[in-house]
Design a protein around this ligand. Structure first.
Ligand SMILES: [Zn+2]
Length: 285
């Protein structure tokens, strides 16, 4: 009985004093893939179910091939925002930037409309950022006024912006291994760059405490950092709840208004609400 009384008392105190910080924090996942390997394991309702369990309300999706993205967007247009990936058939992360055939492929699909970006694509070698194909892809992004979602280190980001400072870049994984100081400097220098933190939860809050360098970065650039999970293999779908939970853990260490910016408001500002009631009117601040 004493235990029940305690639970009751805690519930009452939580209800009566509930600060905004206890309200559910919706997440806009800005790095989702629904590639062919996942199609046999999960359908659109299965993915929506996984999102609902952890209150992921909307997601930026790209897939190999693009059909996976289109399938999700058709099933739930308010919940999925399409991003166009160049990878399909024999075009992959290692060769796409040398294959001029992708330009027709991308142009034809972009002309249909509905995509908010090109990517996620990889630039493992910073020099590839200056290839003719990448230059043409940058021009396509400018023409359609959409983002490039790029998995690469800061060097390639710098090289692209050196020849086209106007292009909008969603920098995947904040460079994956670039330290907070480098990320901060890159965002300082380039106003068209925003980033997402898939794979970086362990760097943001090692051992469960915010890294001082990351805290500085997140507070200074609170309008330019977002959340991502990166479901690039089926194993990451299996652990989707955990991937979101590890981000929620460090978001809780930030002031509520900054956490809201990073959790969903920045992504809503850039990629819209899709008319989702839950997000309408929440992007303004
Ligand atoms: Zn990636």
């Amino acid at each position: 009985m004493r235990y029940l009384a305690l639970v009751f008392a805690l519930a009452i105190s939580a209800l009566s004093s509930a600060p905004r910080a206890d309200e559910p924090l919706p997440i806009f996942d800005t790095h989702m893939h629904y590639s062919a390997s996942a199609w046999v394991e999960l359908d659109a309702p299965g993915i929506l179910d996984k999102m609902e369990r952890v209150d992921v309300v909307r997601a930026l999706v790209s897939s190999t091939p693009d059909d996976g993205t289109l399938r999700l967007a058709k099933a739930a247009p308010k919940r999925f925002v399409p991003m166009l990936r160049p990878y399909h058939e024999d075009v992959d992360s290692g060769n796409w930037y040398m294959d001029a055939r992708i330009l027709d492929y991308l142009s034809e699909r972009l002309d249909r409309g509905g995509y908010v970006g090109i990517g996620e694509f990889h630039l493992f070698d910073p020099a590839a950022a200056e290839s003719e194909v990448v230059r043409a892809v940058v021009a396509l992004a400018l023409k359609h006024d959409i983002h490039l979602h790029i998995h690469t280190g800061f060097e390639a980001v710098e090289r692209i912006l050196a020849y086209e400072p106007r292009v909008k870049i969603l920098w995947a994984h904040a460079g994956m291994s670039d330290p907070a100081e480098i990320i901060e400097r890159t965002l300082d220098r380039h106003p068209t760059v925003v980033t997402e933190t898939s794979f970086r939860a362990g760097d943001v809050a090692p051992g469960g405490a915010l890294s001082p360098a990351w805290q500085r970065l997140l507070e200074k650039h609170r309008k330019r950092v977002m959340i991502g999970t990166d479901t690039y293999v089926n194993g990451r779908w299996v652990f989707y709840e955990g991937l979101v939970a590890e981000h929620r853990a460090w978001l809780r260490l930030l002031p509520r208004d900054i956490a809201e910016d990073i959790a969903f408001r920045n992504a809503v500002r850039l990629f819209g609400t899709g008319g989702l009631d839950r997000l309408e009117g929440r992007a303004g601040r």
